[in-house]
Design a binder for this molecule. Structure first.
Ligand code: NIG
Ligand code: FE
Length: 407
């Protein structure tokens, strides 16, 4: 018998997932009518109800026949910012594109203005609120990028804020330096000079404040060659890298991600077959953000099916940010991931759990098998297909982080 372990019984379906999966096709695993034992924050044991320990004297939670899944791992957000951009709804309706708004000083740059002016206290409060919202919708790990200051000292401040929230937030937080999110007004027309400044003054100072370094590699923002030299400098300092690529056009960013051996290439809405093959060879995980592609409605949806056929690991993220995907709730996007990307419910679940963890180079979560973190969600359904079907409503009943009830 195990110390102070808790038995979760009467689970309708337990999504354990398969942490050893090579790819999406074999990543899904489920036990119908199951039990789960949690000890000291980790999964101690799982199995079918008929194998359940018969003389259990420790605490018991009756799960009422509900679905239990691993806590969702949202591998791509930009939730550290001040202000909002509700005015852009009308601009887009009148035909302005995302890059036109950005290049006119709006978009990311308008959020930069508001974020630079915000105090540490305000930004901390806003991020904590957003992470609490993410948790209520089932996300137990959330990656958060900087990128709304775009100065050396300000981006450093954002990384420090992420670290301080990391120590207090109910979710587990992964921190990414995205100082290369856009070219700030002060460097208009001088993208290479801006990156050189960051590489010289910011990257060497970050230390362990960031888990990853990222860049918005996109025609019209940072070119493939600029991105290559910036991220090579980050790698030389020991950082793992990820990239925003091919969001609005196929700029061959996926090939660069593969060439760099990036942990993930994100967006990939317009990535072509050559990019997919390169990523497959390099073992780069694709992080697809259907909410953004749908919200901006620019006509491109990531080629998820071709990626899965090519044996890529495919994560699904929210991209939560004030411009292209204003949400904290990855679970709300699951029906759209299924519908718009033509994914099976099994593939969507892999994308928001085990593959999300893979996109963050974390192998201790995203699955509920012995030894993994006991981060899990009890859903208000007994059918794992249901959260990929019923949209716009929060179906999360309870959330546990490290075996502790967090919601
Ligand atoms: O991933 N593409 C760049 N960055 C974000 C959008 C950020 C914003 O619009 O504020 C994205 O979509
Ligand atoms: Fe993004």
């Amino acid at each position: 018998m195990i110390g102070d372990a808790t038995l979760y019984r009467n689970i309708g379906q337990l999504l354990t997932m398969n942490p050893l999966a090579q790819n999406q096709k074999d990543a899904f695993a489920m036990i119908p009518r199951a039990f789960l034992i949690v000890d000291q924050g980790r999964v101690a044991s799982i199995g079918s109800a008929h194998e359940e320990p018969s003389r259990w004297t420790g605490p018991v939670v009756d799960c009422g026949g509900c679905l239990i899944s691993p806590g969702l791992v949202d591998a791509h957000t930009h939730l550290l910012y001040s202000g909002h951009r509700a005015d852009e709804v009308a601009m887009r309706a009148k035909g302005k594109t995302y890059l036109e708004i950005l290049n006119a000083g709006g978009g990311i740059l308008s959020t930069v203005q508001k974020t630079r002016q915000a105090s540490d206290e305000e930004l901390t409060y806003l991020l904590q609120q957003r992470l609490a919202c993410a948790l209520q919708h089932g996300s137990t790990t959330v990656e958060v990028k900087t990128g709304y200051d775009l100065t050396v000292s300000g981006e450093y401040r954002m990384l420090q804020l992420l670290r301080s929230v990391q120590n207090t937030a109910p979710t587990r937080l992964v921190s990414t330096c995205l100082a290369a999110h856009a070219v700030p007004e002060e460097y208009r027309g001088q993208s290479a000079e801006y990156l050189a400044w960051l590489a010289q003054e910011l990257l060497p100072k970050i230390g362990d404040l960031a888990d990853f370094v990222d860049i918005f590699c996109e025609p019209g923002v940072f070119s493939v060659e600029e991105s290559r030299s910036y991220l090579t400098a980050a790698q030389a300092l020991g950082f793992k890298v990820k990239l925003h690529v091919d969001e609005l056009a196929d700029g061959h960013g996926a090939q660069l991600a593969a060439w760099l051996g990036a942990v993930s290439a994100d967006h990939c809405a317009m990535t072509g077959q050559a990019g997919i093959s390169a990523m497959a060879q390099a073992g780069t995980t694709a992080v697809l953000l259907p909410g953004t592609a749908g919200y901006l409605h620019h006509g491109g949806m990531p080629p998820a099916r071709s990626m899965i056929e090519a044996n890529l690991s495919v994560a699904i993220g929210s991209d939560g940010n004030p411009g292209s995907s204003p949400t904290e709730a990855l679970s709300m996007l699951m029906p759209w991931a299924a519908s718009w990307l033509n994914l099976l419910p099994e593939e969507v679940w892999a994308g928001v759990t085990i593959m999300g963890a893979r996109a963050l180079a974390l192998d201790d979560r995203g699955a509920l098998v012995p030894g993994k973190l006991a981060d899990f969600v009890i859903w208000d359904t007994d059918d794992y297909c249901y959260p990929c079907y019923h949209y716009g409503v929060n179906l999360v009943k309870e959330v546990y982080v490290g075996g502790q009830r967090a919601m």
